[in-house]
Design a protein around this ligand. Structure first.
Ligand SMILES: [Zn+2]
Length: 148
């Protein structure tokens, strides 16, 4: 009976504990089982030092959301406050500037002279376009508002 308990504590329990830890950290229970079988309690200790993939993924997702939100804004040419890229009136100073347009996965802006530029986000600079971007798909006409 004592031998059975000893086997349970030394050989079986670490497999279970390591399995719980690695699956909880989003790394799959298989890794924990492997470490528990091969190394016993030392394997469990190793699992404690593994980083938590689930937390890492959450942090990455939060950074991505913040980056996308940042990518939606531009600086107002008049007051230098942040305003939406696709807006033409600044919410801070109420002055107008030409709205950017999103087409073909890039932001586009047209100069007074009618030349088109697209924003290369990675290089952080405007690139002139020899061909203007394709027109966006026209919005559906509002049907419901004119029925009464
Ligand atoms: Zn402004």
């Amino acid at each position: 009976m004592e031998v059975l308990i000893l086997i349970l504590v030394v050989a079986v329990l670490p497999i279970f504990v390591a399995y719980k830890i690695t699956s909880g950290k989003g790394r799959g229970g298989g890794l924990g089982i492997l470490l528990g079988v091969l190394l016993g309690w030392i394997g469990v200790i190793i699992t404690l030092f593994l980083s938590n993939k689930r937390e890492e993924a959450e942090v990455r997702a939060a950074i991505e959301v913040a980056r996308q939100r940042q990518a939606m804004y531009r600086e107002c040419p008049h007051c230098k406050e942040q305003m939406r890229r696709d807006a033409s009136t600044c919410p801070h100073c109420q002055r107008d500037s030409r709205a950017w347009e999103q087409r073909e996965g890039h932001w586009w802006s047209q100069t007074q002279a009618g030349e088109w530029f697209w924003l290369d986000e990675q290089a952080g600079e405007w690139k002139p376009a020899s061909v203007p971007p394709a027109e966006p798909v026209a919005a559906l006409p509002e049907l419901s508002s004119r029925t009464h």
